[in-house]
Write a protein that binds this ligand. Structure first.
Ligand code: GCO
Ligand code: MG
Length: 402
């Protein structure tokens, strides 16, 4: 019987920090899984090295579902970002192996294409309304059919989602940067720049906006109602999702579509959001929600309730997650959209990926498995260096959700 012979936990910082699991079978086939949890990378690396790798050696790599159940049920302590990211890495690597053994790209194993390509949205931002509008126009010229728009709130300086330079890099400091926040200033300003984008550039593309957990439910309801004429594709994370009931309140006031889930890790975290039809798009990802196996289960539940997919795809998710996401997105009937940010050139030196962008869509490679290779020699040049996301403080000094 073929077995898992080797399991390596690879930690590197090519442009930003990534944790990667590489499995090698007794037949010499390798598979990659992303295990990156931004700002808590080493917790997952230890969970894998110390507690999961010893369980993998000698096991049958073909039994993906059984391995998932074993790592989930067998741990006793369930769910949570660290656990689910570690399970995701194993699951993704096993799908990669299965594809290579079968000689088929993973999307073929998942049921084959339902569409020709995967619609993506990119991140436009500006330090003010004028520079934001220019940035949205620039992305339209590059062929994007869907653009997320964020601008710095004048009274508080920068805010979530505003790029410095060409690549958006919020985890930039060795201790968390503290950024000021004013809900009042945001609520006054944000609707005006979204309106300016539509006034200047029209309605023939999808416009998205990420609130990034900053509002209370009733503030979010007011925001959603205020921007209805802008016809957002979605407003994302309008309020923190710990209390799933919050979304009922928002929904009872506005028809602006809601997207939630990038920080949620299991089907149980999104169960009420989906079955009560409190959201329109579920943003759970391969890497943070238990891998391809578990994400497929979430997406199938969502399909029953008219909820579409819109997976997280920022640059702190490695090209392995990006590829796995594209394979799954290509197949699921209730696909909505996929987030896409170009990784830094250093990242792409380490992860050689066959995913390509064309006319606002991503396409997987036709290579067997996921079509991503890890370059160890390149990774050596980029050691891990601790980096943290910022935190937000209100103008009175108290902590706010970032
Ligand atoms: C998004 C996200 C990211 C996160 C980041 C945190 O919608 O892309 O909100 O920008 O903040 O991935 O690690
Ligand atoms: Mg987001």
């Amino acid at each position: 019987m073929t077995t898992i012979e080797r399991a390596e936990v690879l930690v590197a910082g090519p442009g930003r920090n990534f944790v990667t699991l590489r499995l090698t079978t007794s037949d010499g086939v390798t598979g990659l899984g992303d295990a990156t949890l931004n700002g808590r990378e080493l917790a997952v690396a230890s969970y894998l090295r110390d507690h999961v790798v010893p369980l993998l050696i000698g096991k049958d790599p073909a039994r993906i579902e059984d391995m998932w159940q074993y790592l989930y049920r067998g741990a006793y302590w369930r769910r949570g970002p660290v656990t689910m990211t570690a399970i995701a890495a194993v699951d993704t690597a096993l799908w990669d192996v299965k594809g290579k053994v079968a000689g088929l790209p993973v999307f073929q194993l998942l049921g084959g294409r339902s569409r020709e390509g995967v619609l993506v949205y990119c991140h436009a931002s500006g330090t003010d309304t004028a520079s934001l509008v220019d940035d949205v126009a620039r992305f339209r010229d590059l062929g994007y059919q869907a653009v997320r728009a964020q601008a710095a709130v004048p009274e508080v300086g920068g805010t979530y989602g505003v790029r410095k330079g060409l690549i958006y890099e919020p985890a930039a400091t060795s201790l968390p940067d503290e950024q000021p926040w004013s809900t009042e200033a945001y609520l006054r300003f944000a609707p005006t720049y979204l309106e300016a984008v539509r006034d200047r550039l029209g309605f023939d593309f999808h416009l998205l906006h990420d609130v990034h957990h900053r509002l209370t439910p009733i503030e979010a309801a007011r925001f959603g109602k205020r921007v209805e004429d802008v016809q957002l594709f979605w407003m994302e994370d309008p309020t923190p999702a710990e209390n799933q009931e919050s979304f009922r309140l928002i929904r009872s006031h506005t028809t602006t579509p809601i997207a939630v889930g990038e920080v949620l890790n299991s089907i149980w975290d999104v169960q009420h959001l989906i079955t009560e039809q409190l959201i329109d798009y579920v943003r759970t990802t391969v890497v943070h929600a238990g891998g391809i196996t578990h994400l497929r289960r979430i997406f199938d539940l969502a399909a029953l309730y008219g909820v579409r997919t819109g997976s997280h795809g920022a640059t702190d998710l490695s090209p392995v997650t990006q590829s796995a996401a594209v394979h799954l997105d290509l197949v699921v009937p209730n696909f909505g959209i996929q987030e896409y940010m170009e990784h830094a050139p250093e990242t792409m030196e380490v992860f050689r990926s066959g995913v390509r962008f064309e006319n606002g869509m991503l396409h997987p490679s036709e290579e067997p498995g996921l079509g991503v290779e890890y370059d160890d020699a390149a990774a050596e040049r980029f050691p891990y260096d601790p980096r943290y996301l910022p935190v937000a403080r209100r103008l009175d000094g108290s902590l706010h959700d970032w």
